[in-house]
Design a binder for this molecule. Structure first.
Ligand code: HEC
Length: 137
């Protein structure tokens, strides 16, 4: 006779238990690793020199030196931008089409004028290299 209320009570707590579980799942946007941009910029391999130059020209104003982020845009040294989450094509699409703010509160990303497909290929190579240095694969 006592069983039923007990079960009911447990069921009532289920949503809270589930929510608590989700809270502890590895978050998409909570894993920004500490790595100094200075360390990264002073160790760029020759093969990514072009990518770094193009990134500095077109993207650094918002995404920061070594993609560390600024007040105008997010860092890419973040799990949210790892290859499985934001594949290489998104790095071509974003500058071509612009991005409506959806992950952060920096506002929209405008279309980036003057950046070529080859620049973007080099830029993605450079960003992936930066991410790997931070343990983001
Ligand atoms: C004027 C500022 C600005 C510049 C310059 C800029 N971005 Fe962005 N970018 C943003 C902001 C802000 C966001 C975040 C939008 C959001 O998700 O809230 C963003 C997001 C992105 C994203 C994620 C898109 C998505 O699908 O979530 C990519 C990829 C990206 N930028 C690539 C670039 C590249 C590559 C360059 C240089 C060629 C560049 N950005 C230059 C402001 C900028």
């Amino acid at each position: 006779m006592n069983e039923k209320p007990k079960t009911l009570r447990m069921i009532r707590w289920m949503p809270i238990a589930i929510l608590a579980g989700l809270w502890f799942l590895p978050g998409c946007d909570t894993d920004t690793r500490e790595i100094s941009p200075a360390t990264l910029t002073s160790n760029v391999p020759e093969e990514h020199a072009k990518g770094e130059a193009a990134f500095n020209r077109y993207c650094t104003a918002c995404h920061g030196k070594a993609a560390a982020g600024t007040d105008h845009g997010p860092s890419f040294i973040n799990r949210i931008y790892e290859p499985n989450h934001h594949g290489d094509p998104s790095f071509f699409l974003a500058p071509r089409r612009g991005v409506r703010a959806h992950h952060w509160n920096f506002g929209d990303m405008p279309k980036i004028k003057g950046v070529s497909d080859d620049d973007l290929k080099q830029i993605v190579g450079y960003i992936r290299w930066l991410q790997r240095q931070a343990g983001i694969q």
